[in-house]
Structure formats: C-alpha cells, structure tokens
Design a protein around this ligand. Structure first.
Ligand code: FES
Ligand code: FES
Length: 211
C-alpha cells in the first residue's frame, strides 16, 4: 500500500491544530480523492481490466446521478467506482470483506463494495463518500463531526467509517457510544485510535440530529 493511498499525499502532515484541521477537512471534502497505480496494478492481476471483452452496459444510480457503465461479470462495485467512475474516495484495504474501508451505501444500507458484483446493482441507488456533501459544498454532519474532533490519523479508513455511520444513523439516530461502536464494528482502523474515532462519529450523530 503506497503512502499516497494511506492519505499521506500532502507534503507534510501539519503539526499545529489549525493546519491539521484544514488538512483533515481537505481530505474529507475531496473524499480523499487520490488514485493508486498500485491498486490498478493489483486489479489487473485479479483479472479485472479497465476495459475489454465480455462487458455489459448497465445503469446504476451513483450519488444521485444515473451512470451508464460497461462492467464485467466478475467486476466488483469497488472496482467500478474507483477505476471506471473515478470515485476514489472509496478505499480498498483488504479487498475481501474484512476491513470495511470500501463501505458505501446501497439503497441507504452500508455494504462492502469490494464484495458486491456491480452487475447485480442495476437500477439500485449507490452513495459514496463523494455524495455526502451538499451541492454548495457543506459537509454532511458526520463529516463535520470528524473535522470538529479530528478523529482520524492517516484517514485511510475514514470514508468507510463515515459511510457505515451515516447508514447506521438512518436506523438509530440517537445511539449510545456502545451502540455506535457496535454499529461500526465492521470497520477496522490500522492506526487503531478507535476511542477518538468513536468520539468523532458520536459528534457527527449529534450534529445530524440538529441538522
Ligand atoms: S476492502 Fe472491502 S472490506 Fe476491506
Ligand atoms: S487506518 Fe489510519 S486512521 Fe484509520
């Protein structure tokens, strides 16, 4: 995994509070929009070339827009989002349903996009981290909670945690700390600052209730 994909694309990680806050906000607003040649390379090894024979044209609704895309039978949603639609805010960590980095909402329910086949999602509604902010750029309350509490270190896992939280809050808008911890227990953080992450996500829940 390259430094760039671990969220280290900025020249230096800022040390003071204000610049770190700006740094995190920038990462969140952009959906940590970095691409990775390492991922592309791995994807090709896995037999999912960016284009080629055997593709089918399907329509899926992504972040409120109907997208027409050619997909292979074995192509995962994470691959389609990242390498065909350019939505690199969705991260690939384990690529085998263990870490939650690739979490997106499908019809408002969190799913691991590395473990869903895109062709099964015809006419379904997919929401990625890029689709959370308002058209005027206002961050989603859960994203605002992350900014306020500076809840992540490298932030590679952040989009997955945020999407899992947004989905969880649709069913339980006022969770206890323990309930929210259980709600995002399908997401792992390599930096392992879970206490701080939970504080940030709870702040997001609080802001969501006020929104
Ligand atoms: S990349 Fe999908 S669960 Fe880890
Ligand atoms: S993996 Fe670094 S903050 Fe979670």
């Amino acid at each position: 995994m390259s430094d760039m994909d671990m969220g280290h694309s900025a020249p230096e990680t800022p040390r003071d509070g204000a610049s770190r806050r700006s740094f995190i906000k920038g990462v969140i607003a952009a959906g940590a929009a970095v691409s990775s040649s390492a991922y592309l390379f791995r994807t090709n090894i896995a037999g999912q070339p960016a284009s080629g024979g055997g593709e089918r044209l399907i329509s899926i609704t992504v972040n409120g827009q109907v997208r027409r895309v050619d997909v292979l039978k074995q192509e995962t949603l994470a691959t389609t989002l990242r390498y065909k639609l350019g939505l690199t805010g969705t991260k690939l960590g384990c690529d085998r349903a263990e870490c939650g980095a690739c979490t997106v909402l499908v019809d408002d329910t969190p799913h691991y996009s590395c473990s869903m086949l895109t062709h099964t999602l015809r006419n379904r509604k997919v929401t990625t981290i890029e689709g959370l902010a308002s058209p005027d750029g206002t961050l989603h309350p859960v994203q605002q909670g992350v900014v306020a509490e500076q809840g992540f270190q490298c932030a590679f896992c952040m989009p997955g945690f945020v999407m899992a939280t947004v989905g969880f809050l649709k069913t339980n808008p006022n969770p206890s700390r323990a309930e929210l911890a259980h709600g995002v227990s399908g997401n792992l953080c390599r930096c392992q600052d879970y206490d701080k992450i939970l504080t940030a996500l709870l702040k997001g829940a609080e802001l969501s209730r006020g929104a």
